[in-house]
Design a protein around this ligand. Structure first.
Ligand code: GCO
Ligand code: MN
Ligand code: MN
Length: 394
């Protein structure tokens, strides 16, 4: 079947090698699918219409490979990516699997572990640059603890800052035009992970030496696990010009990290997220890659994995079309415009303080009872959103 919802390269859809390559193991049982090599995964991704492929250093280069093995693996991979017509827009470092990171990587109490982690990240960044990546993601899966007896959180945050200050400076010294995107998660695998939400990270970035090259990589599942709104996290990041990357998937609130097919849970949340990224409701469109950090159900064989990948991309495009229809709907526009109407130019009185504005504000006739009597029509507005989302309108 081909239709307007099939992906094209201009959609900039990407998957990680670890996402479609997930063989279905979980803490209760082993892998259920025979694993595929990175080269086979690249081929499969090209076939389903993805634009790019992302990777951790160790998704491609086994831990402990010699420099010559590493060079051979990277150049073979690069050739496969080129011949499949894909690209590698993002690379990241696995700072969580090896037992050396059992107490953290950049925030481990042992300075030698921190040094090892920073050096591993440098090698992963070099690989990313060799493959053409413009964004380096950092997900600190082991940066946290089970017991706060182990270290003062302020030390951990300081060591975290030291690592990004060092890596940012090193990247600049190499002359590379790279951006870092930091990814928050509240817990799992650690009992508590430091910098638990996108909001925590947005503040942390402002304390870094190379803040201008550092932004965020919010993930739907990670904001939803503790019941927070991904839409609000992403909007705040966009407003701060810090949305450097995004991890799209789906999640039920309050569960372990489910990494489900994009849009397969909380379709309304996904609709408003896509609307935000596409800019149909106002402001600029997010122009970066649309990355899916999810994996197929454990029930699936390899055909099911490609169904999963197609499903992520199709749902995104369907939601983009639904969002455009919602924002073009005259009734929607009418409700939104009426809600924000400002015939007396009152809105402009609030901003940087000055005496003239203050005098005008003080002189306004404001009747709280009359203001309170106005219904906002959001029931109707939300029903319109639902009808667009469900495909019965527009
Ligand atoms: C997870 C994370 C990871 C990261 C990845 C990129 O919960 O396991 O989402 O998938 O996104 O390691 O750094
Ligand atoms: Mn995740
Ligand atoms: Mn992620």
């Amino acid at each position: 079947m081909t239709d307007q919802f099939d992906p094209t390269p201009s959609d900039r859809f990407t998957f990680g090698l670890w996402t479609v390559g997930n063989p279905g193991g979980d803490p209760f049982g082993p892998a259920v699918r025979p694993s595929k090599s990175p080269l086979e995964l690249v081929e499969g991704l090209a076939q389903v219409g993805a634009w790019g492929v992302n990777l951790h250093d160790n998704d491609l280069i086994p831990f402990g490979s010699s420099p010559s093995e590493r060079d051979r693996i990277v150049s073979e991979f690069r050739a496969a990516v080129d011949s499949a017509g894909l690209c590698v827009p993002m690379a990241t470092t696995n700072l969580f699997s090896h037992p050396v990171f059992r107490d953290g990587a950049f925030t481990a109490s042992d300075p030698k572990v921190r040094a090892y982690a920073v050096r591993k990240a440098m090698r992963a960044i070099e690989t990313g640059v060799e493959l053409g990546a413009q964004t380096i993601v950092f997900w600190g899966g082991r940066e946290g603890c089970e017991s706060d007896a182990c270290r003062d959180v302020r030390d951990a945050i300081k060591w975290y800052r030291d690592a990004y200050d060092f890596l940012g400076g090193w990247v600049k010294e190499q002359g590379w035009d790279l951006r870092f995107a930091l990814e928050a998660k509240p817990n799992e695998p650690r009992g508590d992970i430091y910098l638990a939400t996108t909001g925590h990270i947005l503040h942390f970035i402002e304390t870094l030496e190379h803040a201008e090259m550092i932004g965020v990589n919010p993930e739907v599942a990670h904001e939803n696990m503790p019941g927070l709104s991904m839409v609000h996290a992403v909007a705040q990041a966009m407003e701060a010009s810090k949305l450097f990357h995004i991890d799209l998937n789906a999640q039920r609130i309050g569960r372990y990290d489910q990494d489900l097919r994009f849009g397969s849970e909380d379709a309304k949340g996904a609709f408003f997220l896509v609307r935000l990224l596409e800019g149909t409701g106002g402001y600029d469109r997010y122009e970066g890659p649309r990355h899916f950090d999810a994996h197929a159900y454990r029930t699936e064989d390899w055909d099911g994995v490609w169904d999963f990948a197609r499903g992520c991309m199709r749902t995104y495009k369907i939601l983009a079309a639904r969002a455009a229809a919602f924002d073009a709907d005259p009734e929607v526009r009418e409700i939104l415009e009426a809600g924000q109407a400002d015939p007396d130019s009152v809105g402009e009185l609030i901003g940087s303080f000055d005496a003239e504005r203050c005098a005008k504000l003080e002189a306004l006739e404001l009747d709280p009872e009359a203001l309170a009597a106005v219904g906002k029509r959001y029931e109707r507005l939300d029903q319109l959103a639902m009808e667009h989302l469900l495909g019965v309108r527009g």
